[in-house]
Ligand binder design. Structure first.
Ligand SMILES: [Zn+2]
Length: 429
């Protein structure tokens, strides 16, 4: 893009500062808390009305049948599209409208959109209504400065990212909204710091393991099969063999914090034996015939998912073989595959270029330790040129007194607008 057009775009965004702040405050005032998924329709329609007034064609796809979708809590998404005056490529800005509950420890009203000291405060200010507002302003600035732009711009506000995205981007991706024939580049303005481009995230596998023994009298444990001992045997294999092995597996993904650059396994919960009585009565003397464990395995782009499962099953089989009569069950709860966009992909190069230009320092590439909606776009949709980039400060997400810095929103809006205009026109910087 010629230098003069970028400067005009940047001046336009500077002039929209008050509008950007008002939009952020308005979005925060919708208490779109998930769960249960409060106020999605109202928030989606607010965004839709705004974008329609700017010349976008607006759809409200509802994720019927998605987890949590009901007439009381409908999973209403908004997708807006504006075609430019010439053929080109489609750039899509996607933000989730849901927020986690406010929790305790706030010194301001979490849903008032308080402005103080150059910041907007509120639940979702950082994660990620500030990012949505910055992307809307970026899109509107493009239309105002280059109404004849090549390609198309899409903006979506989607549900349920905080609970896996099945009622939002997951549903849209499975229903063709992120097909490569329609969308070329996706920017998700999640809060990962204004000078960092997030290339992707590790994979997740959650599973529940139950050791199954045989009940017996507590005074004669040798006549039963204790499932807790079976689980202990499994955990000792995990501790002694698997965890050291996982720690040695390092990824080329630039995960932050660096501890997340190896494969990890967490024990989410464990329950064994009969439930303890809650009243004055004493527990019964029995051999525990059941012990359940939920594991959270985070795996790397370099790892094969079948092998990730296989190494757990192999340890369980060894425990089972060592204790006649002991058995186990493994139920898979949730799986998300890892995803990583290459550092030289067009969307990364375009953002890198304008981060350097606007902020005066080189951009940094990171990958996220946890997942976000990119997995749906690249794995169930077919758009591979996708990253997260936005104004929020990563460490503030989900905290009390969450805020977004207004200067960061302005900077990221400039960076997103210039990168999008460049990408839509087909160039990489
Ligand atoms: Zn988020």
């Amino acid at each position: 893009m010629p230098a003069g057009s970028a400067e005009r775009l940047f001046r336009r965004i500077d002039a929209l500062r008050d509008d950007l702040v008002d939009l952020t405050r308005d979005l925060i005032r919708f208490p779109t808390v998930n769960p249960p998924g409060e106020g999605y329709r109202e928030c989606a329609e607010y965004l839709g009305r705004r974008l329609a007034a700017s010349g976008f064609a607006v759809d409200y796809p509802r994720a019927l049948g998605a987890p949590g979708d009901s007439d009381r809590y409908p999973r209403v998404n908004v997708v807006a599209r504006r075609d430019g005056g010439r053929p080109g490529r489609t750039v899509h800005f996607n933000g989730h409208i849901d927020v986690v509950e406010a929790g305790h420890g706030w010194t301001v009203d979490p849903f008032a959109g308080v402005v103080r000291d150059g910041r907007v405060y509120g639940r979702g200010a950082c994660d990620m209504k500030g990012g949505i507002a910055a992307s809307v302003i970026a899109a509107e600035a493009i239309l105002a400065e280059s109404p004849d732009f090549a390609g198309a711009i899409e903006v979506s506000g989607t549900c349920d990212e905080e609970s896996g995205g099945f009622g939002g981007v997951g549903w849209l991706a499975r229903n063709g909204w992120f097909d490569r024939s329609k969308v070329d580049h996706v920017i998700i303005p999640e809060p990962l710091d204004v000078d960092r481009v997030c290339l992707g995230h590790r994979g997740v596998w959650w599973a529940e393991i139950e050791m199954k023994g045989r009940i017996g009298h507590g005074s004669m444990p040798f006549l039963g099969i204790n499932a807790i001992r079976g689980m202990a045997a499994f955990l000792s294999l995990v501790e002694g063999e698997l965890l050291p092995d996982l720690a040695r597996r390092q990824t080329r993904m630039p995960c932050e914090p660096p501890g997340a650059r190896s494969a990890t396994l967490n024990y989410n919960s464990i329950h064994g034996g009969l439930a303890e009585p809650r009243d004055e009565t004493l527990p019964a003397p029995v051999v525990a015939d059941s012990c359940r464990l939920v594991i959270d395995r985070r795996y790397l782009v370099e790892e094969d998912f079948a092998a990730v499962k296989g190494e757990i099953l192999a340890l369980l089989d060894r425990v089972k073989a060592g204790t006649p009569g002991l058995d186990y069950r493994l139920d898979e709860i949730m799986t998300f595959q890892p995803t990583m966009t290459e550092p030289d992909a067009p969307v990364v190069k375009a953002l890198d270029h304008y981060i350097h230009r606007v902020l005066g320092k080189p951009s940094r590439h990171i990958a996220s330790p946890g997942t976000y909606d990119q997995k749906h776009i690249t794995r169930h949709g077919s758009v591979i040129d996708c990253v997260a980039y936005g104004p929020g400060i990563l460490d503030l997400a989900h905290q009390p007194d969450e805020y977004v810095v207004i200067d960061d929103m302005i900077a990221s809006a400039k960076i997103m607008a210039a990168a999008a205009l460049t990408l839509a026109g087909g160039a990489s910087s």
